[in-house]
Design a protein around this ligand. Sequence first.
Ligand code: FAD
Length: 440
Amino acid sequence: MRRIYEDAAYRTPQSYWWRDTAPPALQPQLDGDHRTEVAIIGGGFTGLNAALVLEKAGVDTTVIDAEQPGWGASGRNGGFCCLGGSKLGSALLAHRFGNDQRVEWHKAERAAVDHVDALLSDNQIDVDRHSDGETLLAHTPKAMREIRKSSDATAATYGVTPDIIPAEELRQRGLGGKFHGGITLPIGFALNPAKYHAGLARTAGAAGVRLFGQTPAQSITRTGSTWRVTTPTGTITADKVVLATNGYSSEDVPEWLRARYLPVQSSIIVTRPITEDEQMRQGWTSLQMCYDSRILLHYFRLMPDGRFLFGMRGGLRATTSAEAALSQKIRTDFHALFPEWRDVEITHEWSGLVCLMRRLTPFAGPVPDQPGLFAAMGYHGNGVAMGSYLGARLAETMLERPSSGAFPAFLSAPPARFPLGSLRRLLLAPAYTAATLFDR
Ligand SMILES: Cc1cc2nc3c(=O)[nH]c(=O)nc-3n(C[C@H](O)[C@H](O)[C@H](O)COP(=O)(O)OP(=O)(O)OC[C@H]3O[C@@H](n4cnc5c(N)ncnc54)[C@H](O)[C@@H]3O)c2cc1C
């Protein structure tokens, strides 16, 4: 597998909180030659959701993961099950794809949250759920003015009544940090992603999906009317193959993927449980999941056990010095926003890869000119809900069934290649610099 970051970006993080709460069930390595109707490469939310729909429709489905299912972003994200998935705002969506498609996209965002909600309740998956919707906090007075100005449009877009929180009310709502007001949309909730993934893997396994770990696809080739997936310890012959590798994709498995995705690092710290006294001192007692209004945003939430999770974009490189600088930066930002918690011990810290697409919208559809090859990826850092949802929608496409939820047509348009080939992450440097200036 040829990948575009340094090796360290593809190593298992040393400490990540979720693994302590829900150790993954280890799946066996594929051994020998197997036959299946659909082979899914990548065992995260996308792959497992696709697998579940396929298997329930009576299609024999096999999922392989290079590490273990859930090892990628799905097992180590912030657990915000929320709106999002594209980096295009409403105006640009309408401009590029037309107003009907924009409306369909926003329906899909809502449907994605409902999809996960239903999966959890239908399969009795306990995920330490909390937070009523999601709160956006203004990092400047100007940002708060913008939030107020756009609140009617936001309400119309999602068909909900947002709750605008003036600056002076933040503390009494338990949201006392360095913010200038905020807005809550009553859509979404927070979950423990490892518990969601483990529950999903159990459900898929019980439905008949075969799951394999430590099984990297080394090549995916078409031979006659079938596909052949080669791994170090065996092969899979399949009628159809799904690429569900998102930010952990490689340039050569298969070659079609080359430069069509851009992995970006995102980083998280988690503190020890913060005592009630410490919470009161900061004025932050709410279990609401929040993010701030910066372009390079921070996302954070107090979890039910009192630990605080704080995340932000990661570094451009995965070298020891870049990681040390990032580790310093995330602490600096955390302490600037929550100064009373400067001395609270940070017990866990890790990074992972999210995935951008050149058009800034996800892709879920057939790979052109390669009959039987499909892919779903590119959720722009918001794939807990959207990755789950598009995995399921992709499976319906493969079954040639009408979509059972909103599924705008532009999502199936083949993704364009980024410029600069394997050096394309260099594109992020000027974007980060501009965003940093804008965010001041
Ligand atoms: C730090 C961090 C925080 C985030 N926070 C949030 C959040 O709060 N809310 C939100 O909505 N989203 C969040 N995201 C994004 C979200 O986690 C992802 O969009 C989502 O998990 C993607 O799921 P996936 O199944 O498509 O990919 P992944 O979960 O990344 O899975 C891809 C899998 O493919 C496997 N793979 C790759 N190549 C091969 C191969 N050749 N053969 C076999 N297997 C292969 C990998 O081992 C990996 O397990 C976050 C991501 C990160 C990294």
